[in-house]
Design a protein. Structure first.
Lengths: 293, 401, 328
């Protein structure tokens, strides 16, 4: 029984990381309609930047906030320079471009920092706290809390603020939004900036337990896609709930289904993606869009 | 074996052709000898490439002192990202483009398996493979041009089994975390074999994980839940570290056995010491951070070489030191092969080694080979982690069973 | 049209002459280029002509490669005989995969195929009794390997192993290219492009969209399977890591470089995948011992291409430029 509880708690902690990256993916999809395949690599890059600053003697929090700012700015610049020129074209083209970014950024981080794993010291203590036979750390709580807070903040942003309204309008109907005075290009850039900032949070939260190396987020990316798809690609709440549910389910399936064990977790996540996309593409929280052709 | 006759014939034909078409041995001039390798400079196993960097540093050191038999050693190594198909391509390039004399310390079991048929058909020495599969020392009749170096992983596992049987067979309850590839599976298979009839009784749970996993907390929790008091960590790199971290986190204090490749002091000092304390591993190369070897001339030399030739290198990186040990043996063999250097001469030297003076190997561990006994390192010592250091204990034991 | 024939003849001539002009090693590399070429042809059919994206074409290559390896290594089948089998197996699975793919819009299809490519090696490792697990399957020197890895004598002329692989790969490559060319120029191709450009119009014209899209999937998978089989024969070894997500993505780069359809483009794309590392290595101060700079170059090239030439016009122009008969 203790093991069940333990698996659930650990699952929530892993799920928190998937949730954070899934949030970034959802933001970009919601605000620009694009699936950004490079989101994981951008998150890794942000984590490396934070790491580099800390290696130069900076304390964690200053390094983190600078990284956050750089990631936000970087995301905006990335959108303006690389996505905006082809924003009007076919979605497929933009997706392929994000693949190009994925390859390029992965190559860049490998080039600069090499292939070996590095230890990353996060802000929260990893000292274990044990309650009723279940062990967790402040790091675990931190991840879950950050994910939930991010979800609430973003939810409020989209629903209640003028900025959020502008973001949503620019995504759904750019030409009409422009007519009513929404600075659409700026809105789209902000969307990317937000996503990259979230990615930075995901990377920095993941690095202490996953160890920092250029491929750190590659597997997480797939789990985050699964979480985003499960929650409905446009819902921040869905992404977070999806991530947490995924983390717990994978742990439980891995522990209690021998055949899956530690070897087929990734495959399970993929099976989930396929099942949801084929059976209920709008996921748990999304709205179904019916297309008549 | 129907396959071996055509292969042997082809080897003969190739050897004749090689002999007829070129005057000198490939890769050998009067002033240089060129050797090549392939390893995971990038990818999940990147830490293991330290072996190549260490060897490279040692060769540079030897070159600085005049080389071997008047020849400078040119060592070229390429990245294969731990993908054996790329190793095959790299080896083609090294052999046909760079004209290497021999392949040295190619990293990885699968990588060496992938090129073994080719090297043996073409008569190219595949020397001191950095791979722990038993086949590289055992199957020399079919593959005379291939020889390993490390004590095989299967034998390492068997050694841990013997230790458990000797110290706690009645009360031990063993849980095993293993990487689900040849590396981990070899260790596990050897461990099981070493326990023999008692295996079923003593092993309460084994959990494998795929190297693409993000972390192994769930697996460790599962192992703890089995009630085991002994924990075999047959994991690599960051997963080994996570195993310790999560065992600590879960409040689990088993007797830990950690495999050699994951046991460098530089890693062990980073682990939660409550869990690491008392962990057991094996030792064959000198770890510069072990107090027993403080001031040891071999360790001092290693530190000097690393400082000079490996920019940013960590002197207590076990992979670097292992690479230097291999390189030392290789230079020994080159020297014994003489001024008139041929591939056959190298293989002859490599299969008649009796090297007691390798400064990078633990005293008592000698490099000894005969044409019918091809495990260069076949003895190791056990060591226990105590107060942030490795302390060797017991006698140097043979890994041949 | 005559210019086209001239180009093709020159190309064929180059193909025949090259192995004698180049070193054995380079010839071997060009054999691998041939395998990539065939795989990129497959992607051209799928993405360029039927508008369905696949980020996981490596998986079909892997299916072809493993079919060959299992048959040669475990069941003693002659390696040449396994090539059509590999194509059929991969093609069959492609047809099956094409059906659910119909339900997924471009973005989600990209996601699904990306996931398949990432997960495929794990699945290969899991079914290890079948696939040899992470050790893989080796058949170098096997009696069922043509030439036993040392070379082949045809019509009295002796070819080295790599020369033989080159000949094998390019004979099949040219044959498949011609097949694809004619197929795409025919009614089949026109219908395919109609489906790609406007599903509504195609439906109105009576084209069974689903059938064409699924067929395209199957055809492109068969091509990738052939490429995989040739790749396996080339290396004489397969392992789960041989055909990684990286290769799937590089194939995409190759296809984009090839403008999704023209033959020269596909060859250029295949050459890029094999030789970019060498080109990048020529840049001073860049150490290509490690894979980082080369990956960066691949990604940068893809991004630059996507920025410089918007996909829509490129697809449209490519169709016209290639001279497929357009309805008058």
């Amino acid at each position: 029984m203790a093991n069940l509880a333990q698996q659930i708690v650990s699952g929530l902690a892993s799920g928190g990381i998937y949730a954070l990256l899934a949030l970034a993916i959802v933001i970009i999809h919601r605000s620009t309609g694009v699936i950004n395949f490079a989101q994981g690599e951008l998150a890794t890059l942000s984590a490396f930047i934070c790491f580099a600053l800390m290696n130069h003697g900076w304390a964690f929090w200053p390094a983190f906030f600078v990284t956050l700012a750089l990631s936000f700015g970087g995301g905006m610049v990335l959108h303006t320079v690389v996505i905006r020129p082809i924003q009007g074209g076919p979605l497929l083209g933009i997706v392929i471009l994000t693949i190009g970014l994925l390859i390029a950024i992965n190559g860049l981080t490998t080039w600069i920092w090499g292939g070996t794993s590095q230890q990353f010291h996060g802000p929260f203590s990893t000292a274990p706290i044990r309650v009723a036979g279940v062990a967790f750390s402040k790091q675990d709580i931190g991840v879950i809390v950050v994910a939930v807070v991010a979800m609430l903040v973003l939810g409020l942003l989209f629903a209640r603020t003028k900025l959020g309204l502008g973001l949503r309008a620019s995504a759904v109907n750019p030409s009409e939004a422009r007519l009513v005075g929404v600075p659409v290009p700026a809105m789209l850039a902000v969307g990317w900036g937000l996503a990259c900032a979230l990615g930075a949070v995901a990377g920095v939260m993941a690095a202490p337990s996953l160890f920092l190396d250029p491929n750190m987020m590659q597997t997480v990316l797939l789990y985050s896609f699964a979480a985003a798809v499960l929650g409905g690609m446009d819902s921040p709440a869905g992404a977070v709930v999806g991530g947490l549910v995924l983390g717990v389910s994978l742990n439980l399936l891995g522990t209690y289904v021998d055949w899956i064990g530690g070897e087929l977790r990734l495959a399970t996540a993929l099976a989930l993606i396929l099942a949801v996309l084929l059976a209920r593409p709008s996921g748990l929280f999304g709205r179904s869009i019916v297309r008549r052709a | 074996m129907r396959g071996s006759i055509p292969v042997a014939l082809c080897a003969l034909v190739l050897a004749a052709a090689a002999g007829a078409s070129t005057e000198a041995t490939p890769g050998v001039t009067s002033s240089t000898v060129t050797i090549g390798s392939s390893g995971p400079l990038t990818g999940e196993a990147a830490a293991a490439a330290g072996v190549l960097k260490g060897a490279d540093a040692y060769f540079k050191y030897v070159n600085g002192r005049g080389g071997v038999n008047g020849r400078q050693i040119k060592f070229t190594y390429l990245d294969d990202d731990y993908d054996p198909s790329r190793t095959v391509e790299n080896v083609r390039e090294l052999v046909q483009q760079d004209n290497v004399f021999a392949l040295f310390s190619v990293v990885g079991t699968n990588e060496n398996l992938a090129i073994r048929d080719f090297t043996n058909a073409a008569g190219i020495p595949q020397v001191f493979s950095a791979a722990g599969a038993t086949t590289f020392g055992r199957d020399y009749a079919k593959y005379p041009w291939t020889i390993g170096y490390l004590p095989p992983y299967a034998e390492e596992g068997a050694l841990y089994a013997r230790q458990i049987l000797a110290t706690g067979a009645k009360t031990a309850k063993v849980a095993v975390l293993y990487q689900s590839d040849d590396y981990g599976k070899d260790l596990l298979a050897g461990f099981r074999k070493g326990l023999g009839a008692k295996a079923k009784q003593l092993i309460v749970q084994t959990v494998g994980y795929d190297p693409t996993t993000t972390d192994v907390q769930s697996e460790v929790a599962q192992l703890k839940a089995s009630g085991a008091n002994t924990f075999m960590v047959f994991a690599f790199g960051k997963f080994a570290i996570q195993a310790f971290v999560y065992a600590n986190k879960l409040g689990w204090k088993p007797q830990v056995y950690v495999n050699d490749v994951a046991s460098a002091s530089s890693i062990m000092t980073l682990l939660p010491q409550t869990t690491a304390e008392g962990a057991i591993s094996i030792l064959w190369g000198k770890d510069p951070a072990t107090p027993k070897f403080k001031g040891d001339p071999g360790v001092t030399l290693a530190a000097k070489i690393i400082k000079r030739y490996v920019p940013g290198g960590n002197p207590s990186d076990g992979f670097l030191v292992a690479g230097m040990a291999e390189a030392y043996s290789f230079v020994d063999a080159l020297r014994a092969a003489g001024k008139n250097l041929t591939r056959k001469g190298l293989m002859n030297a490599v299969t008649h080694m009796n090297e007691a003076s390798n400064p990078f190997l633990v005293p008592g561990v000698t490099v000894r080979t005969t044409p019918t006994s091809r495990f260069p390192i076949s003895a190791v010592q056990l060591q226990r982690w105590h107060s942030r250091h490795w302390v060797p204990f017991g006698a140097v034991v043979s890994t041949k069973f | 049209m005559r210019l086209k024939l001239l180009y093709v003849s020159l190309g064929a001539l180059a193909l025949i002459v090259l192995p004698f002009a180049l070193s054995d090693f380079r010839t071997g590399q060009l054999a691998t280029v041939g395998a990539y070429f065939i795989a990129i042809l497959g992607l051209d059919v799928l993405t360029g002509h039927s508008g369905q994206i696949s980020l996981g074409h490596g998986a079909f290559m892997a299916i072809g490669a493993y079919t060959t390896a299992i048959l040669v290594g475990h069941h003693g089948v002659r390696d040449l005989a396994t090539i059509p089998i590999a194509a059929a197996v991969a093609g069959g699975i492609g047809l099956l995969a094409g059906v659910p793919a119909l339900r997924l819009s471009g973005l989600y299809l990209a996601l699904a195929t990306f996931g398949i490519a990432v997960v495929f090696p794990t699945i290969l490792k899991k079914f290890d009794t079948f696939t040899g697990g992470s050790t893989g399957i080796s058949f170098f020197g096997s009696p069922h390997q043509t030439g036993h890895g040392t070379g082949v004598t045809i019509l009295g002329a002796h070819l080295s192993n790599l020369q033989w692989l080159y000949a094998l790969t390019w004979v099949i490559g040219v044959a498949l290219f011609l097949l694809v060319w004619f197929l795409l120029a025919s009614r089949f191709g026109r219908a395919l492009r109609a489906v790609r450009d406007s599903e509504l119009a195609a439906a109105a014209a009576g084209v069974n969209r689903s059938a064409y899209k699924v067929t395209a999937f199957g055809l492109s998978a068969a091509l990738a399977g052939t490429a995989g089989s040739l790749f396996a024969i080339n290396i004489a070894y397969v392992s789960p890591d041989s055909i990684s997500i990286q290769l799937s993505l590089y194939l995409l780069v190759g296809a984009v470089v090839g403008f999704f359809g023209s033959i020269w483009g596909a060859i250029l794309g295949a050459l890029l995948i094999e030789f970019l590392a060498d080109v990048v290595g020529l840049i001073p101060h860049v150490d290509t011992k490690q894979a980082g700079p080369t990956s960066f170059a691949f990604g940068a090239i893809l991004v630059a291409l996507m920025l410089l030439l918007p996909l829509a016009t490129r697809l449209g122009a490519a169709v016209g430029r290639r001279g497929y008969p357009r309805p008058r």
